[in-house]
Write a protein that binds this ligand. Structure first.
Ligand code: GCO
Ligand code: MG
Length: 403
């Protein structure tokens, strides 16, 4: 099962995706997601210039060896660019192995440990009334868990709010990031009111989640967590900048609101302390940004030892390939918690064919051999790369605020 070709396609069907295609001598094709939002071309180059040539002639079945070759064998390790590139290779090889075996990837990972994967969707609004309307529409679609975000009164823009067409939110096109103003005190007053409003209107049966997008200091996060306690959140996500693992000790001292973090993590080393000291409840590492299926399994296995559950990132900038791979992993691990499901813009369906399904709050990866995802290179060619950047945040005094 020699690899004879590995190529990278950068396309923008609704948003930018970097897709790795690996082909074997027997004509089996595997796909991997290498998308790093706002830094897409760096991963494309890492793959094209440094990794694809190394794959030619390797045995596609030797997944762990290839992973180690690319990670341990390289002097410069870790980091989002490297780990996203390795992830794409790893996922493509799992896809190939599944196709060769004639079985869905989840069967190679130990088989289903549950019937379906509980997902959470995104509800948002420019006002609390709009948020309620959107929340109701997600309840109507059967979601059992919903992330809620609303525009912060007094701020011109709030990240994470769907545009008026009701589609998933995306950064604006252009060669420069948009600049937003961030003001913490208004947010800290508003967020608990937003959640209380939803509980009053919709009760406590639905799981309620909220994303802070790394905007607070540890003590502010402690205060927010405490003030959200009456709303009995499923989780408070990314309360503080995630690289400071010990910050979570301080947050923990002040609140019993469950904590989730990790969508920007790239390896087990990024979350080792958070997990082993039980400073979080959900680890949000993803297949595509944390080294692929092979490495994500290790992270989740470590988390399982410490009672930490999974809650993988699944925003629209993770391609359908990444979502499919996540669902295969989610179905198999003992400590699965929840999976984010934001969905993709309509054009993505012209390029990516998927086998996964959604019903009554749960998803399933489907039973096609491999990941169950096809990639149409001709369709992708109709959607050329469209530079986009996530916004930069400044405080009222003009200084840069954290993401
Ligand atoms: C989420 C995320 C997204 C990210 C985006 C960055 O929880 O879904 O926070 O909104 O900001 O995926 O690339
Ligand atoms: Mg998030």
């Amino acid at each position: 099962m020699k690899i004879i070709d590995a190529r990278v396609v950068v396309s923008s069907p609704g948003r930018n995706y970097v897709t790795l295609i690996v082909e074997t001598e027997d004509g089996v094709i595997g796909v991997g997601d290498a998308t790093l939002n706002g830094r897409e071309l760096a991963v494309a180059s890492y793959l094209r210039d440094h990794i694809c040539p190394l794959l030619i002639g390797r045995d596609s079945r030797r997944i762990t060896d290839t992973w180690s070759y690319l990670y341990k064998g390289a002097y410069w390790r870790r980091g989002p660019v490297t780990m996203t590139a390795i992830a794409a290779v790893d996922v493509a090889l799992w896809d190939i192995s599944g196709k060769v075996a004639g079985r869905p990837v989840y069967q190679l990972l130990g088989g289903a440990a549950r019937e379906g994967v509980m997902v959470y969707s995104h509800a948002s609004g420019g006002t609390l009334a709009e948020l309620s309307e959107d929340f109701q529409s997600h309840l109507d679609q059967g979601y059992l868990a919903i992330r809620a975000q609303a525009a912060i009164p007094g701020l011109e823009k709030t990240y994470g709010i769907a545009p008026a067409d009701g589609k998933v939110y995306e950064p604006a096109s252009g060669n420069m990031p948009q600049e937003d103003i961030w003001e913490t005190s208004t947010y800290l007053d508003f967020a608990p009111k937003m959640m209380a409003h939803l509980r009053e209107e919709f009760g406590y049966k639905v799981h309620l989640l909220h994303d802070v997008h790394h905007r607070l200091s540890p003590i502010e996060a402690g205060r927010l967590g405490a003030s959200l306690e009456p709303s009995r959140m499923f989780w408070m996500e990314d309360a503080t900048p995630s690289e400071d693992q010990s910050a979570f000790r301080l947050i923990r001292q002040h609140t019993t609101t469950p904590l989730a973090v990790g969508e920007v993590f790239n390896s087990i080393w990024d979350c080792q302390q958070l997990i082993t000291e039980r400073l979080i409840d959900y680890i949000r590492t993803s297949v595509s940004h944390a080294g692929g299926i092979t490495h994500l399994q290790k992270i989740f296995a470590l988390a399982d030892l410490y009672g930490v559950r999974s809650g993988s990132h699944g925003a629209g900038d993770l391609s359908p390939v990444a979502l499919a791979a996540a669902l295969h992993v989610d179905l198999t691990i003992p400590n699965f918690g929840i999976q984010e499901y934001m969905g993709h813009r309509d054009q993505a369906a012209e390029v990516f064919g998927t086998a996964y399904t959604y019903r009554d709050g749960y998803m399933h990866p489907g039973d096609l051999p491999g990941l169950g995802v096809t990639f149409d290179e001709n369709a992708a060619a109709r959607y050329p790369y469209d530079p986009k950047y996530l916004p930069v945040n400044r405080r009222l005094d003009g200084s840069i605020h954290d993401w």
